[in-house]
Structure formats: structure tokens, C-alpha cells
Design a binder for this molecule. Structure first.
Ligand SMILES: C[S@@+](CC[C@H](N)C(=O)[O-])C[C@H]1O[C@@H](n2cnc3c(N)ncnc32)[C@H](O)[C@@H]1O
Length: 230
């Protein structure tokens, strides 16, 4: 698995986005236990970074043919951003990690997921709440926890569980590290040094302070939602 997605603490010295990746990985690994057997569709699959967490019969990756990762070699299928190339009720499970923010028409996207899921099928969705505009210009939205629940229910899903990853302190530290990444990564040598002497210790300090300081979840990194087709 790509180390950029792994939660082991040693990767804090290799990954300027360790705080957000660690929290996402942990949340996805908890929910993935409910995805066992059957067919899973990973929508906007990218490099399928979380595939090892799912013990399903068939793991199918689909990506957007005009998305930020054109000609994705890891995708098994591509779609045009409108209709998924699958029959109704083809999958027991759907996964979309860090994708909804790139979708300009979230209602039709969610109704396509609803269509290809079998009755009572499960959807695991992760969506950033605090993150910079990425894969520009294909970045269209940020959702609050309430907005996401509304969208899912409106499109025929029941929200079973919903969590926020990161907290106020972790988010502030992660966003500042991201800001520094843009500046420090311009020079390879400085970047490599800063991973060890800045990004690692800085993110560890954030994790420590988040543990010591009062918890506040009004600012956070990602929404992670487990929903079921109604
Ligand atoms: C931030 S990447 C996330 C990739 C992967 N899911 C992950 O968690 O690492 C966003 C992905 O969404 C895809 N994407 C962009 N627009 C999309 C759309 N309208 N429908 C589905 N996927 C889309 C991109 O091609 C890209 O693979």
C-alpha cells in the first residue's frame, strides 16, 4: 500500500499530510469490516488506496474519464460523469473516498450510486470538510455533516453512521503543514530535510496538543458516512 495513506507513526516523517491520512485510514478501516463478501464498486478510485482493507469477492475500480487522473491505469472502468456503466442493482457495496467534492452534480451522482446498489446495499463516503482546492479546476464543493446527511437522504439513503475525522487542533496543524508543503516542496533537498525536521515534529506536536487540549469538533478534516440504500 502507498505509504502516503498509511497510519503507522513512522510515516509522519515521510508525509506532510500524515494527520489527515491517518485519521481517514482509521475511520475507513473501522467501517470496512461491514463490507465483507459480495461486489464492491470503488467510485473515483484513483490508485485504490484502501482496497487492502476490504475483504470482498470482487473489487471494481471506476474513475471519471475527464477527472483529475485521466487514463488512470488502476481503474477497471471509466464513466462520462453521468451514467455508471453498470446495470441496476449490480453491487452490494459502494465506496467513494474524497470524490464527492469533485462532482458538480451531487444529486445525479448519488442517484447513480443508488441505482447500481442492490437492496440494502451499503455506501461508504468520505468527503473533505477542510482542505485546499485540489485537482483544480475539478474541485466543486465542501459539505458540512448536516449538508451531507440531507443530500444522502434526499437521494434514497439512510445514514447509519456518520463521523468527523480530526478535530479543531488537528485541522489547524494539518492546514498549516499543507501551506508549508506548498512552499518547502519547491526544492527537493529542502523538502527532504523539512520532512524530518519540520513536518514530522510539527504534526506530532499537533497530535499531542489535540490529546491534551479540550476537544472541539466544529472544525474538522473529513466527513465519513456509512449509508444504506433505502
Ligand atoms: C482526490 S482523488 C481521490 C482518489 C481515491 N478515491 C482516493 O481516496 O485516494 C479524486 C478522484 O475523483 C475522481 N473524479 C473526479 N471527478 C469525478 C466525478 N465526476 N465522478 C467520479 N469520480 C470523479 C478523480 O478522477 C480522482 O480519481
Amino acid at each position: 500500500m502507498n505509504p502516503a495513506f498509511l497510519p503507522n507513526v513512522r510515516y509522519v516523517f515521510r508525509n506532510p499530510f500524515y494527520i489527515t491520512r491517518r485519521a481517514l485510514y482509521k475511520a475507513i478501516s473501522i467501517f470496512s469490516k461491514q463490507f465483507s463478501g459480495g461486489q464492491l464498486l470503488d467510485i473515483g478510485c484513483g490508485t485504490k488506496p484502501y482496497q487492502p482493507l476490504f475483504t470482498v469477492q470482487n473489487y471494481v475500480g471506476m474513475d471519471y474519464e475527464k477527472g483529475g487522473t485521466n487514463n488512470n491505469p488502476d481503474a477497471d472502468f471509466f464513466y462520462d460523469g453521468k451514467i455508471f456503466p453498470f446495470k441496476n442493482k449490480s453491487f452490494e457495496f459502494a465506496l467513494a473516498t474524497e470524490v464527492l467534492e469533485h462532482v458538480f452534480e451531487p444529486d445525479s451522482f448519488l442517484s447513480e450510486i443508488h441505482r447500481v446498489l442492490k437492496e440494502d446495499g451499503l455506501l461508504l463516503l468520505t468527503v473533505p470538510f477542510s482542505w485546499d482546492e485540489h485537482e483544480q479546476p475539478y474541485d466543486y464543493g465542501r459539505y458540512t455533516s448536516f449538508g451531507l446527511k440531507y443530500l444522502l437522504e434526499k437521494n434514497g439513503f439512510q445514514v447509519l453512521e456518520q463521523i468527523k475525522t480530526g478535530d479543531f487542533v488537528l485541522t489547524v496543524f494539518q492546514l498549516f503543514a499543507t501551506y508549508c508543503y506548498y512552499n518547502l516542496s519547491k526544492n527537493w533537498f529542502i523538502y527532504k530535510l523539512s520532512l524530518i525536521f519540520f513536518f514530522g515534529p510539527f504534526q506530532l506536536l499537533g497530535i499531542l496538543l489535540s490529546f491534551l487540549l479540550p476537544k472541539n469538533m466544529n472544525l474538522y478534516l473529513d466527513n465519513v458516512v456509512l449509508a444504506q440504500k433505502k
